[in-house]
Design a protein around this ligand. Structure first.
Ligand SMILES: Nc1ncnc2c1ncn2[C@@H]1O[C@H](COP(=O)(O)OP(=O)(O)O)[C@@H](O)[C@H]1O
Ligand SMILES: [Mg+2]
Length: 332
């Protein structure tokens, strides 16, 4: 029997519908349920062939549970090792190497020093930073400032001048922030990508109140939609996410990726709406069943992105395999 589990927190609607959908398909030897986390001794296997993780970003205990499960062969969605390592600045950096348009971005050291550090801990950091030059390089105001590792629109600021910029920065305590060109967009999309192949492009309007954000219908060309589809696959293959959303802001026909590090994206029927919800439930169920059926007992059943795979082989991203320069030193 291959068990599929879903690990979640306060979330309602999606987890229940997912379990029900998998089970309603009556696939021989495949069953889904809410994960039950038992007492956890090191190295013991998990009873699940597949776990959909919707909550370990908020519960470090679950993240550690999932790493052990993966070590014992569970296909954890998303890969808990990569998710732990990932953040928005790196994703933007990687995007510049694989041809994904992203807003120009600087990484800012945190306003306050992290706990147990002092000025001496920062002797390597140039001080003061050249704020005027950074703003100029970003094309001037307005700008966005947001955490390099965050979500749920927390600590996201749009600033129109230096006063607003520093007022916002002063509120961010020890968060590491991105300072980013604001894309003044004509259309905005939120795209689900499941299993590195199922893509759903949802017309979105982030300037609407929360409950109306998915009530949008953007008049853009078929070619642009096809281009975004390809970019969604490209970035998810590079990062190795099985379950993620990519947001695009379209300015003058160019789709800029704004937020594409969403390994537990909102799937609640009350926010995404009935049709999108149905798509997510059906495709997540199919993906999980495929993972369960191809699951190799005790093997490494995680998805690893091409960036990590390439790194193991000494390849830099964006270079073709035959001609790529080796980054590691090879023994002669
Ligand atoms: N560079 C940007 N240009 C235009 N809009 C942005 C930019 N960055 C963020 N936003 C807006 O702010 C919202 C929240 O930012 P986002 O990067 O998605 O953070 P979070 O991960 O907290 O959701 C986005 O949905 C978008 O509407
Ligand atoms: Mg977002």
């Amino acid at each position: 029997m291959k068990k599929i589990g879903i690990l979640h927190g306060k979330e309602n609607t999606f987890p229940e519908a997912f379990v029900e959908r998998v089970n309603s398909k009556n696939i021989k030897n495949v069953v889904a349920e809410r994960v039950l986390v038992d007492e956890l001794a090191q190295g013991n296997p998990s009873p699940y062939a597949v776990i959909i993780d919707r909550i370990s970003q908020d519960v470090p205990f679950y993240r550690a549970y999932l790493k052990n499960a993966a070590l014992n062969g569970t296909a954890v969605i998303n890969n808990p090792f990569w998710w732990s390592a990932d953040e928005k600045f790196f994703n933007n950096c990687l995007s510049t190497k694989i041809g994904l348009p992203v807003p120009r971005t600087f990484l800012l050291p945190s306003k306050e020093m992290p706990p147990d550090t002092s000025a001496q801990s920062f002797r390597n950091l140039k001080y003061p930073l050249d704020w005027e030059k950074m703003v100029e390089d970003l094309g001037g105001f307005p700008l966005f400032m947001k955490p390099h590792s965050g979500g749920g629109w927390k600590n996201v600021y749009k600033v129109d001048n230096f006063d607003e910029l520093f007022a916002a920065y002063n509120e961010t305590n020890d968060l590491v922030m991105l300072l980013q060109e604001a894309i003044e967009f004509d259309a905005y999309f939120r795209c689900y990508c499941l299993g590195g192949k199922y893509v759903r492009m949802m017309d979105y309007e982030p300037r609407n109140p929360h409950h109306l954000r998915y009530v949008a219908d953007h008049n853009v060309s078929k070619e642009l939609r096809e281009q975004m589809h390809e970019l969604v696959l490209r970035i998810n293959h590079a990062l190795g996410y099985d379950f993620n959303t990519v947001e695009f802001a379209v300015r003058e026909g160019i789709p800029y990726a704004i937020d594409f590090c969403n390994p537990a994206p909102d799937a609640d029927v009350h926010s995404v709406g009935e049709e999108n919800f149905e798509w997510v439930v059906e495709n997540a169920a199919n993906m999980a069943i495929e993972k369960a059926l191809s699951h190799k007992e005790g093997g490494n059943n995680l998805t690893w992105g091409t960036f990590v795979q390439g790194s193991v082989q000494g390849m830099m991203p964006g270079l073709p395999a035959e001609t790529g320069e080796k980054t590691g030193k090879s023994k002669k």
